[in-house]
Design a protein around this ligand. Structure first.
Ligand SMILES: [Zn+2]
Length: 456
């Protein structure tokens, strides 16, 4: 099977090039201007931007919180992902108490059957002891080279000593761990304070975990990483104060990778006054406009590495399980389909980042950091043909009604976006054509190697 993509503008971290691209048997075979090749299928990409398929570094599909299970499973979530131009998601396989990492890996492999985009797993761990240490190598042997630890959530949290020991061990094996940075004791105390003065509505959510709650935890993680001689990856960074702590660590010479999410760039905490504000309850919470601005500036200067959605969707009826109380409402929002359009509209078209930076942030950096480069994350001869075509013309409005998410709400409801995903190739197969699903269920597990430490 040969597919020829003609007349497109190829966008890479290094620049933009007008060229044709020949795909054969799932791989990029040739890239050159005006290729005179025969092909089974020809895609006219005139006027379109051609990117290496986007990689979402942070999703939660089919996650059981105990009280309820996320609205999107892998079938619905990856269908939405591919329509949004994302060809690989890295989801969090979760090792709950009493489970081995192998149990979690096997369970997530089952859950991911029927996915419409490629998928890999970060292993989220809730315990750390000698047995778990031995398991890390077994995970690496199965293509899982990144891990996640939480400083919060009763079911998941590790203490600082455990985080230190785990980081040390993982770094020695070439692995990287992401950490959810919030100060558990302080946010719980603040929830208690707010509840005791009768503040239980969503307005209390950002008040319970102000910027300092994240910044303190980022600062602590930086020092733990320094002691462990380990790189660290801060997941869903949301505040300028947290960013400042990461900058300080980098100035000391530490190797720090930063992820942020579209919601922290384009939304702010005034949303908690809206009538259906439960849909904005996520942790970290939405912040001030100035925080989004600081994060966008950090994208401009190349300080942010990757953008994940933290897609973790719940129906409004599931959000209502909290009885209107912010501290009991399931945390998370839908967004896996909207990432590229939001970044293109609110970061590229506003002049905050260039198109090559968009290619780095949505694909290349993630492929490097998480051990998929140069097979993915690059438009190069020999790479896997995961390719996303973006039509920069046109305008539309985000709505849960038109999103493919299995979710009756969207934090981005009513927001205008510029351009759209027109076509997506997954392993050389055209899976999205003219903005519509052409083939589903073609996603495969991505076996990852230890990542490239590109900030050393
Ligand atoms: Zn998350």
């Amino acid at each position: 099977m040969r597919t020829l993509i003609q007349n497109g503008s190829l966008v890479r971290s290094t620049g933009i090039e007008q060229a044709d691209l020949l795909v054969e048997n799932g791989f990029i075979k040739r890239i050159a201007p005006d290729l005179a090749e025969t092909a089974d299928e020809i895609i006219d990409a005139r006027g379109k931007l051609v990117f290496a398929g986007f990689i979402d570094t942070h999703t939660h599909f089919d996650l059981d919180l105990g009280v309820t299970v996320t609205a999107d499973n892998f079938v619905t979530g990856t269908r939405a992902a591919i329509l949004g131009g994302t060809t690989t998601v890295l989801d969090f396989a979760t090792q709950d108490h009493g489970m081995t990492m192998q149990d979690a890996f096997d369970l997530w492999q089952k859950k991911a059957q029927g996915s419409s985009c490629n998928y890999g797993f970060h292993m989220a761990i809730s315990e750390w002891n000698g047995e778990h240490a031995a398991e890390v190598e077994r995970m690496v042997a199965q293509g899982v080279t990144s891990f996640k630890m939480y400083m919060v959530y009763d079911a998941m949290r590790l203490n600082d000593g455990e985080i230190y020991a785990a980081l040390k061990h993982m770094a020695a094996l070439g692995c990287i761990a992401g950490v959810h940075c919030e100060n558990y004791d302080i946010l719980n105390e603040r929830i208690h304070e707010l509840n005791s003065v009768g503040m239980r509505s969503p307005l209390g959510h950002p008040l319970s975990r102000p910027n300092e709650v994240e910044a303190e935890a980022v600062s602590r993680l930086m020092r733990i990483g320094q002691l462990a001689h380990s790189p660290v990856w801060v997941v869903h960074l949301s505040t300028q104060e947290g960013l400042e702590e990461a900058r300080r660590a980098r100035r000391r010479g530490q190797e720090v990778y930063l992820e942020t999410c579209p919601q922290y760039l384009v939304l702010d905490d005034t949303r908690y006054a809206e009538p259906d504000a439960e849909k904005y309850i996520m942790s970290p919470p939405l912040r001030k406009r100035a925080d989004g601005d600081a994060l966008l500036s950090a994208m401009t200067s190349g300080e942010i590495d990757v953008i994940g959605t933290d897609h973790c969707s719940f129906m409004m009826s599931q959000k209502a399980l909290g009885g209107g109380e912010f501290s009991k409402t399931p945390n998370g929002g839908a967004g896996v389909q909207n990432r590229a359009q939001l970044i293109y509209t609110y970061a590229v078209r506003t002049g905050r980042i260039t198109l090559p930076q968009m290619a780095s942030l949505l694909s290349e950096n993630a492929a490097k950091l998480f051990g998929m480069y140069p097979n993915r994350g690059s438009l190069a001869e020999g790479a896997e043909a995961d390719i996303t075509l973006y039509q920069p013309e046109g305008e539309s409005t985000i709505s849960f009604r038109t999103n493919a998410h299995h979710c009756d709400n969207s934090p981005y409801e009513g927001m205008k976006v510029l351009g759209s995903i027109s076509d997506v190739l997954l392993g050389g197969r055209l899976v999205v054509r003219d903005g519509k699903i052409a083939q589903e269920g073609k996603g495969r597990f991505v076996f990852r190697k230890p990542g490239q430490r590109y900030r050393t």
